[in-house]
Structures are given as structure tokens and as C-alpha cells.
Design a protein around this ligand. Structure first.
Ligand code: ADP
Ligand code: MG
Length: 743
């Protein structure tokens, strides 16, 4: 009887909490219809539950009250306690501002408002004790605080605030003995106080961080009962995690720095755990649902190529990854593998040899590149490698039009094309294969899980998928971005390559740069000069490129100079690239269109102008265009003389190492995962609320292992202790579009 009661009450209580969490944010005290619209539009907060999950981005220590004579303009936020002794209104119209002279017995400071002047004048009085909070700045040699937060001082601080007034006017304080109606706000004076991000628009309407804090405080007034747990107790016990209820309360209003750390740990773990559980659960489903085409034979084409056409020995690393891929292909499971290998490590060849295995097993293969130039280059490379072998390779990109396109479509579905090379165009629904057995996605970290999933529909049994990337990805990022893939790594460059020598030079060193160029040109080498693309304006800043082209043409009259940029017609661009590849031109001045994959082994110098404008992985990609032959190559990073600390660090990383993995780790550290190229559209987990892949690698590893052991130990999902966890996962999938798209 007792246990029934107990269960009943649990149900009721959960329901009550649920009712609050699903309640429209509009009805929360302090919100109303206007703010509700703002919250929904700008922060996607529609319910009380959404507000609960909107964590502060930082905390301000309010445990300390400073004295005015202690502060200066270099300090971060400070809290003062004292009184306003007079107001001044200065200026007219737009320049109008209100100044409150504020004193605490140790000195005076000006509080300044440019907006909301009427409100301030009406709501704050002279001679009353206030707590003031803000960032001190220096203006005309005086320390001031603009737009401070200001609230009546709580009881225990009133005396302190008042004694200070005596400095200005004896006995003037008797006037204000009746402020008992002023209640200290719960958000103030409490030690660590939350700061919430709000949009500019919200700030203009008065929805500042401080008003958000009032809303969250109101929310917790409603949430009297404990929030239901979101992880099974055996997992929280195993990792000594705080309860969900404690964690949520402490993440908004930490009771101590220690409690905040525990709360952060708990919520980061939970977040990463569910991301990983989602990925791994999906991998399991995929394995159950889809069989793979069994490719048991290594036959005529592969052997013919290997023994008759391969122009050099495979590196040990290439052999190893081909073995790994081959094991997948004959396993009866669908292969989903990531091939990581630094620039120049010879991935294209691996792709070709794997494609030959597919062909030997009666299938077609398809190789996708991110750009038309690269697709065309792959086409050429493959045809050259294959020589007179009876393997038909064709191209399909946006530029393949009319009759040609119709032919490709026709021969593809008839099974007369063995390998189709192309851009995104190849996965469009109208492209039909006879029997597609393998898809290779090259240099394509912009290809999310959901997009990959689309490929599987191309054949009754889904094709094997190999994703190749030359941008080494830090382990933590790979685990999330490519968490559903098995990984192979080419950790060795073909023999005889000399490490590229990288130097940092300033604009002013032009002559030394020309010297290097002349020397290399005289040796018969070729040179790339790259200018950055100005992304923010969404069009290219061609001025630098044009000016550079003119200057170089003048400085090197005996050599041919090519120019390539993204605004050129595709055919013209290709023609110029081709001229450079054929050694008809000696210097190629371009924007980043040459970034990935372009292969001209005779080029030995890469000059990157305005190197400060590039990200590390981009610099690494660009540098990888040289050092492809046996000769010493050089990379020159040119910057202006004054560069910031973070730029200096990035350049130094490039000078110090050519190891792509090291560079990727540094990049992640210096920039954070949100900025990493390609991650935005990854379709998985990048709207992390609290965890940070750059910093929380350790938590991620534990979360991944924990998720894996849940899947392994409870494959049928029968363990009642895990019910809570599958329920939560379903909820998360529903509320997160990206997660849903892959399930
Ligand atoms: P990436 O991995 O950057 O795509 P590529 O496939 O473009 O590298 O290969 C870079 C260069 O190295 C190409 O010219 C390729 O022909 C050559 N290459 C590939 N494998 C070997 C090898 N085992 N020995 C010598 N050269 C190789
Ligand atoms: Mg490549």
C-alpha cells in the first residue's frame, strides 16, 4: 500500500514539474507578450523549460564590495556601496546625459547614463543607500561607470552606505529612514551572479543580462520541487556527479565556486553523453538495418593495376589502410570509414585502388570532390594512373551539360561507366547508377551525417562509404563530427619528401622574398602567391590580387604569371590552372581557390599574403600545395609589421611544425570548435550549450566510453534502469533538428 502511494506521488510531482517546464514563457512573472516574442525570436526561448536550459555564459563575483578609492579604469566589474549626493543633467538632444555623483566615504565617482535618463531620474533618489555594479572606465581623467546596475542596498549594508554620506553634508541622512519597502533583489549580493547573453535588440528593449537574471530567479520561485533526474543513478554514482536538480540550480545561482564546478561538470558530461549515445545508438541501428555488399574478390583490375601500372611503391601506411578498407568491404557490413591523411600523403591513390576492388566485384564507384576544379583534377589523375586499362572514368559536375550530360546519365544507369567523378551533383536524386558499390567523399568535411545517409538510398544495398580528409581533425572533434565512422590514418608521407621550410616575413621584406623567388625560378621551379578572400563582404577583394599581379609581372619580366580567382568563369579558371600545371606559366597569383587538393609537384614556393587573415588549418592546406616533389620547398607567411598576440602565436605554430594533427589541436585551442571550418553544417552536436570540445576532451572521452558501455551492456534496451535514458534521448531528438535528421 505504501509503495503504491509513493509511486502515485512521484507521478503527480513529475507532472507538476512538467506543467511548469512546458508552460509558455509569456506567463512567467516579468515576461508578458512583448518580451516573450523577443525571447522566442532572439534566443529561441519559448517555454519555462527553455529558459531553464539557457545557461549563463559567465559569473560575476559579487561577494566583494569595493571602496571607491580602490578602483581604477583597468578593473573588471566592481561592486560599490554608497549614496548618490546629486544629479547633473548635461548636454542637449542626442548628447544629453545624466550624471549621478556617488560617494562611499572613501571618495566619489560619477555614474553616467546616456539612455533611459528619465527612468533613472525618477527611480533613484539622493541620500538613499544603493549598491552599484558596473565596469569602471576613465573619461577625461576621471573614473566613471556608465550604465551601472543599481539597486537599493540590503539591510545589513545600509549603515555602511549611510556613514559615507557624512562626507558631504552633515545630518542630511535623517531624511531617509523610511525605505523599509525596498527589498533587496534576490539576484544581488550573493557571491557569484549569472551573466546571460542577450541580443542587441533585447538590450535596447531593456532585456539585459540583469533582467534575464530576474526572470531566472522568478522561474526558480516556481520550481519549488526537485527537477526529475535525467541520468540513471548508476551512472551518476559511477562518476560522482551532482544530481540534475542541484546542477541546474547551481549553474544559474552557484552557492559556491566549488558547487559551480560540480554543476558544470555534471551538465557537460550529460550533454556530451547524450551526443555520444545518439551517435552510437544510430551506428547500432544502421548496422542492424543495413547489410553491406560483400566484396570478396580482389580481381583482375586491382591486380593488373597493382602489378602493371602502379608507378611507385605504396607506402606502408597506404598498404595498411587499404587492408583495413578491404576488410570492411568483404565483411558483409556496410563500410563507413574515415580516412585521415595529411596533405600529400597519397589518398587519391588509395581511393582509386579501393574503387578497383568495387569494380572487380561487379560494382560501380563514385568519387566526390568539393569543387569542380578538384573533380576535374581527380578525373585527370585517375585517367593518367589507369593508362590503357579497360576502366571507364567519367565526370559529372554542374558544367557537364546538354548532350554530354545525357550520355553520362544513360551510360551510368546502363553500367557502362565504372567510376563517376564529380561534385555534389552526383548525389542528386536523378542520378541513377546501375549498381553503386562504393562512394568516396574527398576533402569533404562539409558533408554531414544526414547528407551521407542520402547516399545509401542509391542502391538497394547501401554502398560502402569512405570519407577522406586532409584537414587533420583533433580527436575530440572527430569523435563528435565523425563519431559514427571507423577511422584509418595515413601517418606517413611518400619517401623522399623534404619537410617544407616555413618562414615569417613582414611586408617590408619584399626584396628578400623576391630573392628567394628568383633563386627558385632559376632552378626551374614554380611559385604560388595566395591572397585572402574577404568573406565578410561576401565578395572578393580583388584589388589586392590585381595589384599583386601587376607588381609581380613587373618584377619578374622574364617569367609568365597566371592569375586565378573565384569570380572567373570556370573554364577560364581551369585553363589558367592548366597552363600552370603544364609549366607554361611560372608564377600563379590567386585567391584561395587553390586551397584543397591542387597538385603541381614542380611548385616549390608558397607565398601567403596577409597570412594573419587565414586560419591555421587553411594555412596548412595552402602550404600543402608545395613540397610534393623531392626538392626543398618553402612557405613564406607574409604579414604586416604590427600583428596581435594571437596572430603571432598562430604564425609561430606554422613555423614550428608541419604536423597537421599538431596544427589542428593548436587551432582548436586557439579558436574553439565553433569557428573551425566546416563544423557549422556538420549536422551533429555543434549547438553544444555548455561543453567545449577544445577544453573538455577528457569529459568527452569518459562520456563516449559510458555511452558505449550502455549500448554494449543493454543492446536490447531491456534494462529498466536505462528507461530514463532512452526517454531523454527521444526528447532530445525531438527538440534538436539535426539529431532528428539522422535517426
Ligand atoms: P593527398 O593525400 O593530399 O590527396 P595526393 O593523393 O594528391 O595526396 O598525392 C600527392 C602526390 O603523391 C601525388 O603526386 C601522388 O601521385 C604521389 N604519391 C601518392 N602515393 C605515393 C607513393 N606511395 N609514392 C610516391 N608518390 C606517391
Ligand atoms: Mg587529395
Amino acid at each position: 500500500m505504501e509503495s503504491v502511494n509513493c509511486q502515485l506521488s512521484t507521478v503527480n510531482y513529475t507532472k507538476a514539474i512538467l506543467n511548469i517546464l512546458t508552460q509558455d514563457i509569456k506567463y512567467l512573472q516579468g515576461v508578458g507578450p512583448n518580451r516573450a516574442t523577443l525571447l522566442a525570436n532572439d534566443l529561441n526561448i519559448k517555454t519555462v523549460g527553455d529558459l531553464l536550459a539557457y545557461y549563463p555564459y559567465k559569473y560575476v563575483d559579487r561577494s566583494r564590495i569595493y571602496k571607491i578609492n580602490e578602483i581604477d579604469g583597468t578593473m573588471p566589474y566592481v561592486q560599490l556601496c554608497g549614496q548618490i549626493f546629486s544629479f547633473d543633467s548635461i548636454g542637449e538632444g542626442r548628447n544629453k546625459r545624466l550624471i549621478a555623483h556617488f560617494a562611499d566615504g572613501t571618495g566619489t565617482i560619477d555614474l553616467v547614463w546616456f539612455q533611459g535618463i528619465k527612468y533613472v531620474a525618477k527611480n533613484y533618489d539622493c541620500r538613499k543607500p544603493y549598491i552599484v555594479f558596473g565596469k569602471p572606465t576613465v573619461f577625461n581623467g576621471h573614473v566613471q561607470i556608465a550604465h551601472p546596475e543599481i539597486e537599493p542596498a540590503p539591510e545589513h549594508l545600509k549603515t555602511q552606505a549611510r556613514t559615507t554620506g557624512n562626507l558631504f553634508e552633515e545630518g542630511a541622512l535623517n531624511a531617509n529612514l523610511q525605505e523599509t519597502e525596498m527589498e533587496a533583489q534576490p539576484t544581488m549580493f550573493k557571491g557569484l551572479c549569472p551573466s546571460y547573453n542577450t541580443s542587441e535588440k533585447m538590450k535596447r528593449s531593456g532585456l539585459t543580462s540583469a533582467s534575464m537574471a530576474k526572470l531566472t530567479a522568478n522561474m526558480f520561485k516556481l520550481l519549488k520541487e526537485s527537477l526529475p533526474e535525467t541520468l540513471p543513478s548508476y551512472i551518476t554514482a559511477q562518476h560522482h556527479l551532482m544530481s540534475y536538480d542541484d546542477a541546474i540550480r547551481n549553474i544559474h545561482y552557484p552557492s559556491s565556486p566549488e558547487a559551480l564546478r560540480h554543476a558544470q561538470l555534471r551538465l557537460k558530461f550529460e550533454e556530451l553523453f547524450y551526443v555520444q549515445l545518439n551517435i552510437l545508438r544510430y551506428v547500432k541501428d544502421r548496422q542492424l538495418r543495413y547489410k553491406g555488399i560483400v566484396m570478396g574478390t580482389v580481381g583482375e583490375q586491382f591486380n593488373n593495376f597493382f602489378y602493371q601500372h602502379l608507378p611507385f611503391q605504396l607506402t606502408e601506411a597506404q598498404k595498411r589502410v587499404i587492408r583495413e578498407i578491404r576488410a570492411d568491404m568483404k565483411s558483409g557490413r556496410q563500410m563507413n570509414r574515415l580516412l585521415q591523411g595529411d596533405v600529400g600523403s597519397g589518398k587519391t591513390l588509395v581511393a582509386l585502388m579501393v574503387a578497383l576492388i568495387a569494380i572487380d566485384n561487379g560494382c560501380q564507384a563514385c568519387i566526390m570532390a568539393p569543387t569542380e576544379i578538384l573533380a576535374e583534377q581527380h578525373l585527370d589523375t585517375l585517367r593518367e594512373f589507369l593508362g590503357d586499362m579497360p576502366v571507364r572514368v567519367e565526370l559529372l559536375t554542374g558544367s557537364v551539360k546538354g548532350k554530354r550530360r545525357t550520355e553520362v546519365f544513360r551510360d551510368l544507369v546502363a553500367g557502362e561507366i565504372d567510376v563517376l567523378v564529380g561534385t555534389h551533383a552526383v548525389i542528386e536524386d536523378n542520378v541513377l547508377f546501375h549498381k553503386l558499390g562504393l562512394v568516396v567523399i574527398d576533402e569533404q568535411h562539409r558533408f554531414g551525417v544526414a547528407q551521407r545517409a542520402k547516399l545509401w538510398m542509391k542502391n538497394s544495398v547501401p554502398p560502402h562509404v569512405l570519407v577522406m580528409t586532409a584537414t587533420p581533425i583533433p580527436r575530440t572533434l572527430a569523435m563528435t563530427l565523425y563519431g559514427d565512422l571507423d577511422v584509418s590514418i595515413i601517418d606517413e608521407l611518400p619517401p623522399g619528401r623534404k619537410p617544407i621550410r616555413t618562414v615569417h616575413m613582414f611586408d617590408a621584406h619584399r626584396l628578400r622574398i623576391y630573392e628567394l623567388m628568383n633563386r627558385e625560378l632559376a632552378l626551374g621551379r614554380q611559385i604560388y602567391i595566395v591572397y585572402p578572400l574577404i568573406k565578410e563582404t561576401e565578395k572578393m577583394d580583388l584589388k589586392d590580387l590585381e595589384a599583386g599581379f601587376e607588381e609581380i609581372s613587373r618584377a619578374f619580366p622574364n617569367y609568365q604569371v597566371s592569375k586565378v580567382h573565384g569570380k572567373m568563369k570556370s573554364a577560364d579558371k581551369d585553363a589558367e590552372m592548366q597552363r600552370f600545371a603544364n609549366h607554361e606559366t611560372h608564377i600563379l597569383v590567386s585567391t584561395t581557390v587553390i586551397e584543397v587538393g591542387v597538385n603541381v609537384p614542380n611548385a616549390s614556393v608558397m607565398i601567403i599574403e596577409n597570412a594573419e587573415r587565414f586560419g591555421l588549418s587553411q594555412l596548412h592546406q595552402l602550404r600543402g600545395r608545395v613540397g610534393r616533389g623531392a626538392d626543398q620547398s618553402y612557405c613564406v607567411l607574409v604579414t604586416k609589421h604590427e600583428i596581435g598576440e594571437s596572430t603571432r602565436k598562430r604564425i609561430q605554430v606554422m613555423v614550428d611544425t608541419t604536423d597537421g594533427f599538431e596544427i589542428a589541436e593548436q587551432d582548436l585551442k586557439l579558436r574553439g570548435p565553433g569557428d573551425l571550418e566546416g563544423t557549422q553544417q556538420s549536422g551533429m552536436a555543434f549547438d553544444l550549450k555548455i561543453a567545449n570540445l577544445a577544453r573538455d576532451g577528457q569529459i568527452l572521452t569518459i562520456a563516449r566510453d559510458t555511452a558505449q558501455s550502455v549500448i554494449t551492456s543493454d543492446p536490447e534496451e531491456r534494462n529498466p534502469q536505462n528507461d530514463i535514458l532512452w526517454r531523454r534521448l527521444r526528447e532530445l531528438r525531438k527538440s534538436n533538428i539535426n539529431w532528428g535528421a539522422i535517426s
